[in-house]
Design a protein around this ligand. Structure first.
Ligand code: GAL
Length: 689
């Protein structure tokens, strides 16, 4: 099979707009990955009986089943899957049927050892886990297309089929392969992107350190080098690797569309996981019919529900605001972190329903029945080792009923207040080596700004830097190091037309080739912010600076300072000490009808609030009701009405204002004025009218 030399767009795509075939379930999706091949067939009847007891509406089947479906080359055994789909259908459970292409069988690698991926330092992975794939391999592509075709031909018309689930989590555990097949594929990608070798030399700045190429054939993937490699080459390799995975997704999707028209196709994303920062989901969002996402709590001491909310908001944004589907999360602990705590009573329901509040049309889990064998036997499941006499099971059954009671909100959209700019490619560029400070972390900036907005009870949409921002009164730019001139122009127009912008340090520094914009920093933002930055002066580990306002109030910054020269902007906060003592730390520039704030040091989420307060005033965003910061209030709205979600993560009851009378859907009670939400509970009011 020929490899298509299609190039990825260098700057991603402004918005993801899914292709849009809706998921044809009458109710919200509730269920999980179902791997019955791990159990004797005699267990299946019990599985299905318990699924009905829990209110399961859909299960994901076959994700890792290639070795069973095709035990030897060209030998197919579909009988067990026929029986399984029939059993599910008889019991009214719909199927999200996977192509098993994330786990090729052992025989495949015997025949094609070259399809095993190679690391940057030249080590070839072995068979024996999952996801060991060189996405450029013609043999892999042909085999994946073949098994996908056979599944589609057999099950396209099956009445249980609701959704196709291609592969599993592209980008993990292997995000890029560095083998010779990939090298040749990369050269074709470069030819399609830059046409000539001189185009590559120019884009990569190969005049530096004598890296000039005379011929595209001389170029390899960025393999192990004695010291830091060419950053623009690294960045392009990320784009190439992402585009190569997407080629394979699109190939499978197109087979499914052709043979199984009318059934939506998805692949499960991991939008906000920092271990999976290798996929440009803005580009992927427009290739799927339905955006679906996996989310697991990262127990690193931070507030897990804030990261969950951020992930859900980002996923919805990748879906262009349309409803999406939480494809996997955990009923309790996971098994792949250093320490894997169990969820507290009620936490699973808060997690699931917070995803629904933020746009998911359902809540699915990994996995239905907890495994006895294999790498994930200590990972929680809907039906745990402890069986039905367990808290997890009782909570799963309760949650099934709760999700069912929300069915009318299917198809409604979450209402956002503000936008945060987000770009995977900028994140890639910023994580390359030899930057002003290794303590600066782009992802941390995004997390902290998000947290500060969350604490103000503002619902966030994420937006590509070149997207239309005119709907948002406030736009936040957390450390967007890579910024095209087009993005800068977009921000300027946004402010001129009345928007309020808040920009973090280390934004607008380089273009799409990781080349510094000409002139003083921050190239495309100088006029918007009304300032220049003469020099960065990052702080030493543990060093802090004080930042003061005219009224004497003080904030504490760390990690970063810089020498800001106002050129029209007013100084709002000043460095009281440190390398930039006496210079502006926080500024505000009025431009056209709007204003643009700039913060040149790292403030924690709490201190950022001191700046977001006045920025919200500029934007005309009124303060939200006085609620503890760990109470989430989110709205979904659409044809079937407006739904007011409250997720109370605190240990005390809260009284939440309800702006119109309505019915609380989980209890059936009437709600008006103020609604009491018990400690740890979720309430969803469908407003009358
Ligand atoms: C996901 C993966 C599942 C399972 C789960 C465990 O990333 O798709 O197959 O491994 O993690 O948390």
């Amino acid at each position: 099979m020929p490899l298509t030399p299609e190039a990825a767009p260098l700057t991603g795509t402004p918005t993801g707009t899914p292709l849009g075939t809706p998921l044809g379930l009458p109710r919200l999706a509730f269920g999980g990955d179902y791997n019955p091949e791990q159990w004797p067939e005699s267990v299946w009847a019990e599985d299905v009986r318990l699924m009905r007891e829990a209110g399961v509406t859909m299960v994901s089947v076959g994700i890792f089943s290639w070795a069973l479906l095709e035990p030897a080359p060209g030998v197919h055994e579909f009988g067990w899957l026929d029986r399984l789909l029939e059993l599910l259908h008889e019991n009214g459970i719909r199927v999200d049927l996977a192509t098993p292409t994330v786990a090729p069988p052992a025989w495949f690698y015997r025949e094609h050892p070259e399809a095993l991926p190679v690391t940057a330092d030249g080590v070839r992975h072995e068979f024996g886990s999952r996801g060991a794939i060189c996405h450029s391999s013609p043999a892999y592509r042909a085999a994946a297309a073949d098994i996908t075709t056979r599944l589609a031909e057999r099950y396209a018309a099956h009445p249980a089929l609701a959704l196709w689930h291609v592969h599993n989590e592209y980008g993990v555990p292997v995000s890029a392969c560095y083998c010779d097949t990939c090298a040749a594929h990369f050269r074709r990608w470069l030819a399609a992107t830059y046409e000539t070798v001189d185009g590559v030399n120019e884009a990569w700045g190969t005049a530096f350190w004598g890296q000039r190429y005379a011929d595209l054939e001389q170029i390899n993937p960025p393999r192990l080098t004695p010291t830091v490699g060419n950053p623009a080459q690294e960045l392009d390799y990320r784009r190439f690797a992402d585009a190569t995975m997407r080629e394979n997704f699109v190939a499978e999707r197109d087979i499914l569309h052709r043979l199984s028209p009318g059934i939506p196709v998805t692949t499960n994303f991991m939008t906000a996981l920092s271990q999976c920062d290798t996929v440009d989901y803005w580009a992927w969002g427009r290739e799927v019919d339905l955006v679906s996402n996996d989310h697991y709590l990262i127990t690193d001491g931070r507030r897990t529900h804030v990261n969950l909310a951020m992930t859900a908001d980002l996923t919805r944004s990748v879906a262009g605001g349309a409803p999406w589907l939480l494809m996997e999360h955990a009923t309790s602990g996971v098994s792949w972190q250093p320490r894997n705590p169990a969820k507290a009573p009620g936490e699973m329901a808060r997690n699931s329903l917070a995803h629904v509040a933020r746009g998911s049309d359902g809540a699915m889990f990994f996995q239905w029945r907890q495994s006895r064998r294999g790498a994930e036997k200590f990972h929680s499941a809907m039906l745990p080792h402890a069986g039905t006499e367990s808290r997890v099971w009782r909570e799963v059954v309760e949650l099934g009923a709760a999700v069912d009671s929300l069915s009318t909100l299917k198809g409604t959209r979450t209402v956002a207040d503000v936008a945060v700019l987000w770009d995977w490619q900028s994140w890639w560029a910023q994580s390359l080596q030899w930057r002003p400070s290794e303590d600066h972390d782009a992802r941390e900036r995004a997390d902290s700004f998000y947290e500060a907005l969350y604490d103000r009870h503002l619902t966030v949409d994420f937006a590509h830097p070149e997207a239309d921002l005119s709907a948002y009164p406030l736009v936040v730019v957390p450390a967007l190091y890579l910024m095209t001139q087009a993005a800068g122009d977009n921000l300027r127009a946004y402010v001129e037309q009345g928007g309020t912008l808040v920009v973090s340090y280390f934004s607008g520094i380089v273009d799409e080739h990781d080349a510094v914009h000409p002139g003083a920093y921050p190239g495309p933002l100088r006029d918007v912010l009304g300032l220049t930055v003469e020099e960065f002066s990052p702080l030493l580990a543990g060093q802090q600076v004080r930042v003061t306002a005219v009224d004497g109030s003080a904030l504490v910054g760390d990690v970063w300072t810089e020498f800001v020269v106002p050129r029209g902007a007013e100084t709002v906060w000043t460095y009281a000490d440190g390398p930039a003592a006496g210079l502006p730390a926080v500024t505000r520039n009025r431009l056209g009808e709007g204003s643009a704030w700039y913060v040149s040091t790292r403030l924690g989420a709490g201190d950022l609030d001191a700046l977001l307060g006045p920025a919200c005033e500029d934007a005309g965003i009124a303060p939200r009701a006085e609620l503890p910061r760990d109470v989430e209030v989110v709205r979904r709205s659409g044809e079937s009405g407006t739904y007011l979600f409250t997720v109370n993560h605190t240990a005390a009851e809260v009284k939440v204002p309800v702006d119109a009378p309505g019915t609380e859907l989980l209890t059936g009670e009437r709600a008006a004025g103020r609604l009491a939400v018990p400690a740890g509970a979720v309430r969803v009011v469908r407003l009358d009218g």
